[in-house]
Design a protein around this ligand. Structure first.
Ligand SMILES: [Zn+2]
Length: 58
C-alpha cells in the first residue's frame, strides 16, 4: 500500500499570464512551508517564466 497523504497534486501557474501550464506533485511532509517556484516554458508567453504552485486545479 502506498503511503497516504505524503504527496499532493498541485498546479503550476505562470506568474506573467496566470495560466496553469503544468501539474506536479509536492511532498508536503518535507516542504510544509515552502512554496514551489520553478522556471518553465510558458506556451502563452512563448518564453521561460516563473511558475508558482497553486492548490486550485483547473
Ligand atoms: Zn505565461
Amino acid at each position: 500500500m502506498a503511503k497516504k497523504g505524503a504527496r499532493e497534486i498541485v498546479g503550476l501557474v505562470c506568474s506573467v499570464c496566470k495560466s496553469q501550464n503544468y501539474v506536479t506533485t509536492r511532498n508536503k511532509v518535507n516542504m510544509e512551508n515552502v512554496k514551489l517556484e520553478v522556471m518553465k516554458f510558458c506556451n502563452k508567453c512563448h518564453k521561460k517564466t516563473s511558475h508558482k504552485e497553486t492548490a486550485k486545479l483547473k
